[in-house]
Design a binder for this molecule. Structure first.
Ligand code: GDP
Length: 463
């Protein structure tokens, strides 16, 4: 039997409106204890989701605000349980007095994400939909919000369900064959099974291909700044972040600090990473921080190499730039264009595989910053093709989802190869089962306590 929980659902601080929610047995009765309607009908007898106007009371029954309240009975509520919501003015004092009154009425403080966790446990949402709730709350761009909304609506769940159901059919076929172990599998049937299995394998691969775009959308395009000390990396990061008023935070790394800033340009999210601490050596090679840059570059979707345009271009610079172009699309920023003697390096990169754009600017005066913004936007547009805009909601947006789909795809591929090699069906069953278990983990059909509790810990209290 679940307990009655309550929490303030609106953010801390003052605001126009403050909302408290309750979920669990006795939610309506507890809410009625702190809310006196103006009309005759008590809150406990109000129809589901019908707003009543009335007075909010503290634990001694004294009026402390006027507001609205409604109840929603199981199973027609967010959590699937009996719930109630109280809306008052967004005063931290009023909210805390009402909350205290709710404790007196038998509720306890809800843990972070407990409402959504209950919604999941009661089958109102699957696990990918529950994750979409956090993604939606955290969304920083319109595209990220649309993606999360689609996932919350069940677009990804349905896609996974189709694959799961396809694999269930394959299992059923295998089991039918296993009932007659002495008979060889009929070639026609084997062919059909192979096709059915491969169809699901392809669907899983298609899903896997969405993970990069999903990651870029939710975490931002990781843009790593490299270059010599004093080239102006921090200044450039601040200029970019300041332009968008993003918060630049110091994130302790394992060996050195990296500085990160999140910005949005033309609706595209960027995560700017400055490899700080590259300034403690006299050795010109080490000054370039080649080793340390390499680690940072490995996680880059885009590299910004910053150089001081007033300094001579060296062979070491060429090496670093070539390495960058080998790793990812690169923008070379010739900084300090406000100073005399500034020039833009002229050379042909022999790095392979990725594009190189050169931009001259001054991080200090802002001269030419718009050229960099254009270059960044062009890169983002290449990474988020417009033709895929309709696909919101069906992207894999985090590592947990991607890992589960990858395991499912690998199991299906193994089963398919084994079938093609004429291995007996019982040997394949294990692989198909493993694929289904991985998909079950993804949607939460097969419960894994460790995974689910980690997901709900990421929520805020009241959600
Ligand atoms: P980092 O070591 O690459 O992060 O470089 P910083 O951003 O710390 O900059 C090194 C020095 O160059 C600082 O004194 C900055 O004020 C200066 N600086 C950075 N960008 C410019 C610029 O565009 N013009 C001028 N004149 N100075 C700059």
């Amino acid at each position: 039997m679940s307990e009655l929980i309550a929490a303030v659902a609106t953010p801390p601080g003052t605001g126009g409106v403050g909302i408290l929610r309750l979920s669990g047995p006795g939610a309506a009765r507890a809410a009625a204890q702190v809310f006196r309607p103006k009309g005759k009908r008590p809150l406990t007898e109000a129809p589901d989701r019908q707003l009543l106007y009335g007075t909010l009371l503290d634990r001694e029954g004294r009026a402390i605000d006027t507001g609205l309240a409604f109840v929603s009975r199981a199973p027609h509520s967010y959590t699937g349980e009996e719930t109630a919501e109280l809306q008052c003015h967004g005063s931290p004092m009023v909210l805390s007095l009402v909350l205290e009154a709710l404790w007196a009425a038998g509720a306890r403080q809800a843990r972070a994400g407990e409402f959504t966790q209950r919604a999941f446990l009661n089958g109102k949402l699957d696990l990918t939909q529950a994750e979409a709730v956090i993604d939606l709350i955290d969304a920083e761009t319109p595209a990220a919000a649309r993606q999360a909304a689609g996932q919350l609506e069940g677009v990804l769940s349905r896609r996974i369900e189709e694959i799961y159901s396809g694999l269930t059919d394959v299992m059923a076929h295998f089991c039918a064959v296993l009932d007659y172990p002495d008979e060889d599998i009929d070639p026609f049937q084997a062919q059909q099974l192979q096709e059915a299995l491969d169809r699901q394998g392809e669907a899983l691969q298609a899903l896997l291909r969405t993970s990069r775009r999903g990651r870029l959308l939710t975490q931002g395009i990781t843009c790593v700044l490299i270059g010599r000390p004093n080239a102006g990396k921090s200044s450039l990061l601040n200029a970019l972040a300041g332009y968008e008023r993003a918060i630049v935070t110091h994130i302790p790394g394992t060996t050195r600090d990296t500085v990160e800033g999140k910005i949005t340009l033309a609706g595209h999210p960027f995560r700017l990473v400055d490899t700080a601490g590259l300034r403690d050596s006299d050795d010109p090679i080490e000054q370039l921080g080649v080793e340390r840059s390499r680690a940072a570059m490995a996680q880059a979707d885009l590299i910004l190499m910053v150089c001081d345009g007033t300094q001579p271009w060296t062979d070491e610079d060429t090496d670093l730039l070539n390495q960058a172009v080998d790793q990812a699309d690169t923008i070379l920023v010739a900084n300090k264009s406000d100073l005399p003697g500034h020039g833009t390096p002229m050379f042909v990169s022999d790095g392979t595989g990725h594009s190189l754009t050169v931009v001259g600017l001054s991080a200090k005066t802002g001269l030419g910053m718009e050229l960099l913004e254009e270059a960044l936007t062009a890169q983002a547009e290449a990474l988020f093709p417009r033709t895929q805009e309709g696909a919101y909601g069906q992207l894999l947006t985090n590592q947990r989802q991607t890992d589960a789909v990858r395991r499912a795809a690998e199991s299906v591929a193994r089963a398919s190869q084994a079938l093609a090699a004429g291995i007996t069906p019982d040997a394949l069953l294990t692989d198909v089962e493993a694929a289904m278990a991985a998909l079950g983990e993804l949607t939460g059909k097969t419960l894994r306590e460790d995974i689910t509790s980690r997901i709900f810990e990421r929520f805020c209290v009241g959600k």
